[in-house]
Write a new protein. Structure first.
Length: 162
């Protein structure tokens, strides 16, 4: 059995790509060790994060998240028990209001602003974004493999006509 905590908070300072990257670097390592999976959305002012894992590690992780000066006004929007994780492939996935993957999903759905959505609908939309991101990464890996394959290719030898 897993527990999922979904919260919203207010960003205190700047939450640009470098801040997020630093956060991601440390949280991924810790979440991986603890079996926590997570997906975060932000719009530069507010954060919406889904954090999931076994109950005791989730409590300590939420304690760490709550202690950070990067945000305040943390409000739990839902705490759910679940059989399956919503983001099984993400130790710390993230998207934001101007992320092309997010925009592609969100514009097609024609919904009110993301943070005004019902919490379960918001999680479903983040799952779609996460799926798009995974597909994009797989395509990138595929094209790198294809490029490397072409680079390593031996020049074609023309068969000599006897
Ligand atoms: C938006 C946000 C999300 C976080 N997510 C996680 C997480 O998923 N796992 C984790 O162990 N810590 C998480 N943290 C906590 C940070 O990894 C780190 O412990 C905390 O930012 C350190 O506090 P400081 O920034 O005040 O030094 C999060 C912090 C913030 C602000």
């Amino acid at each position: 059995m897993f527990v999922q905590t979904i919260y919203e908070s207010r960003i205190t300072g700047k939450f640009g790509p470098l801040v997020l990257l630093a956060l991601q670097k440390s949280a991924i390592v810790r979440n991986r060790e603890l079996g926590i999976t997570s997906f975060l959305y932000h719009d530069g002012e507010r954060i919406f994060q889904v954090v999931e894992g076994e109950p005791d590690v989730l409590t300590s992780t939420m304690g760490r998240i709550g202690a950070s000066d990067l945000h305040n006004n943390i409000k739990a929007r839902a705490m759910l028990r679940c059989e399956k994780r919503s983001f099984p492939h993400w130790y710390f996935g993230a998207t934001h209001s101007e992320d092309p993957h997010f925009l592609r999903v969100y514009r097609a759905l024609k919904k009110p602003p993301f943070l005004k959505l019902d919490v379960l609908e918001a999680v479903q939309i983040l799952q779609m974004v996460a799926q798009k991101k995974r597909r994009a990464v797989k395509m990138d890996q595929f094209s790198i493999k294809v490029r490397n394959f072409n680079k390593n290719k031996e020049p074609r030898v023309l068969l000599a006509v006897p």
